[in-house]
Design a protein around this ligand. Sequence first.
Ligand code: NAD
Ligand code: GLY
Length: 361
Amino acid sequence: MNKLEVKINATKESSYPIFIGENLLENAYDYIEQYTKANNYLVVTNETVYSIYGEKLKSNNSKFIILPDGEIYKNMDTLNRILDRALEVKLERKDAIIALGGGVIGDIAGFAASIYQRGIDYVQIPTTLLAQVDSSVGGKVAVNHFLGKNLIGSFYQPKLVLSDINTLKTLDIRQFKTGLSEVLKYSFIEKSCKCEKHFNFLEFLQSNRTEIYNKNPEVLKKLINICCKLKSSIVNKDEKEKGLRAILNFGHTYAHAIEKLTGYDKYTHGEAVSMGMKLIFDLSLEINCIQEEYYHTATNLLKDYELMINLKDEFNHEEFYESMLSDKKVSDKKINFVIPIAPKEVTIKNNIDKKTILQGI
Ligand code: NAD
Ligand code: GLY
């Protein structure tokens, strides 16, 4: 089992642990009780995850809310249902919410915890690869609005993250690849994460593809550990996305427009992100920000992992641009693009003209 600490603004007081290992769900409350003072818990999960893992989280002190499964339910109505249930089971201020599921559950349960009685503790138990490498770490919690993704939310850190890699065994290949999109993202931004340790993550991914697809536990633990270290290095320096943290949105500006214009149900978040990353590599090559050699290394990695990279939809250019403008990465009506500039290195540019942005659409 690996344990690492996320320090917020480099302070020990607001740090929390991430545990990465096997069979952690079996003893989940042993970990949780060390980091919360709760007498009672509300476990927020969905039908799919509950049917596989719900039993493991049952205890005398836990109540459940089992939500329907899907990104379309990450909205204010579902948030209200969670708050209603918290009131119904009389959750008190020192009690805690446990998010058991993928990124959808983590985001909405964390947001509910951030506003229930002005904020109560919550615990992330991520059960998808995407949630274990990204969404459960760093405290971004939110719901979607019809005008855009994650537009209503807060920054609210969990008390601990419990990543049991055994849960990845039941994840289907499509969802596993969705997580791999975010994994590859870290390899493209590693140098810009300003982590004191160097992982050579891109090379690690190039040489461990088969082990990763075979879900080799040691390789998966190492991979999740590296992603969490890179992410916590960023969150440590810039919790509220005043600058550095924006690099985690690599590929996401295009991705959010793709998700929005396809109704959030045609593609998974990771599929949209891999298409978004390919578009951003194309854009960067077009504006001479990267050399061809790195362009081929990066896009070959996306291809080797068989991620979705080709846009199949015909988008109306004006609608696509409008969608990018309604994203929260926009400031002063300018779209901030995280652009690759060298191997494993990115920067933020907001002066790319509309025609060039839309060239690959
Ligand atoms: P998800 O939560 O919808 O889970 C994907 C599917 O896998 C669902 O059907 C779910 O029920 C199922 N599932 C979950 N765990 C399973 C398991 N162990 N075995 C079998 N099936 C399982 O999707 P996701 O990809 O985990 O998360 C996507 C969400 O995360 C999006 O809403 C995105 O906006 C958000 N996100 C947030 C952050 C952040 O920093 N907060 C970062 C990235 C993504
Ligand atoms: N997934 C983007 C972030 O956490 O900032």
